[in-house]
Design a protein around this ligand. Structure first.
Ligand SMILES: Nc1ncnc2c1ncn2[C@@H]1O[C@H](COP(=O)(O)OP(=O)(O)OP(=O)(O)O)[C@@H](O)[C@H]1O
Ligand SMILES: [Mg+2]
Length: 241
């Protein structure tokens, strides 16, 4: 706790006192002139402390640190904890000054809803992301060219986190077999999967089939199992299985 109290600087008996704040060491935030540019506010809020995801956190750390992975997708049903995992990893990365990333950008498509009849579009994302990553040229009309340009801008030790991508995918059971609906997003994902000095992290309720068949560890599709809400005990195995 600070040793100062409100009122320390009051004029006591006519003598002006200088205010000195004596914060403990841990309160002194170092000024870091090399701080990366970040936008980490778009992930939906997840309220609980992450439980039992040590292996996945290690997988994400490795994907970033080893610099061999271009794209990692977390695939699981709704409520499994994809966003919570990404949020915690991002917070950990932030505690570490983003470990060499020079920019970190988050986006969530989740709020657009995943109903089939809803016309999900990636336009808003492209407009915002292109601007944020520094594009100030003419408006790019072709979705394919938007994808190319954004991929080019991100491919520089940058992290892009796309949450809840399923509204932009056709249902896997349908004729379009789970393909991405948006050409720009498809281009972005394919370009960055092929070549990326940063990392693109995706969460979706269904696998990104465009990335299927690409080689690991360049592209890692990770199916997330349900987390266990209670510490494992000899009996929990029996109850769960
Ligand atoms: N490992 C975990 N430990 C503690 N709480 C968790 C964990 N995983 C998820 N939760 C909690 O469960 C809830 C649902 O998780 P989350 O929103 O991350 O799921 P999701 O897979 O992203 O679902 P959706 O597909 O609907 O976006 C959240 O409140 C989250 O905080
Ligand atoms: Mg989510």
């Amino acid at each position: 706790m600070s040793q100062n109290h409100k009122g320390d600087g009051d004029n006591v008996a006519g003598n002006k006192k200088e205010i000195h704040h004596h914060y403990p060491e841990s309160y002194q935030k170092p000024i870091d002139l090399d701080s990366p540019k970040i936008q980490v506010s778009k992930l939906p809020h997840t309220n609980s402390q992450l439980f039992g995801r040590e292996d996945e956190l290690a997988l994400l750390d490795k994907a970033w640190d080893a610099n061999q992975t271009n794209t990692l997708s977390l695939i699981a049903f709704g409520g499994t904890g994809k966003t919570a995992l990404m949020q915690t990893w991002l917070t950990n990365l932030g505690d570490d000054n983003y470990r060499g990333a020079n920019a970190v950008y988050t986006w969530s498509f989740y709020s657009q809803g995943s109903a089939e009849d809803k016309q999900a579009s990636a336009d808003e994302f492209f407009d915002a992301a292109l601007k944020w990553f520094g594009y100030d040229g003419e408006i790019i009309k072709s979705p394919h060219d938007k994808g190319l340009k954004l991929a080019e801008l991100i491919n520089q030790q940058r992290t892009l986190i796309l949450d809840g991508m399923e509204p932009l995918q056709y249902p896997q059971s349908g004729v379009m077999d789970g393909a991405l609906r948006d050409q720009g997003l498809k281009t972005l994902c394919l370009q960055l999967a092929a070549n990326n000095n940063g990392l693109i992290l995706i969460s979706s309720r269904q696998s990104v089939i465009e990335l299927d068949g690409m080689h690991q560890p360049k592209v890692i599709p990770h199916e997330l199992a349900h987390y266990r809400s209670k510490p494992a005990s000899p009996y929990s195995e029996l109850i769960i299985s």
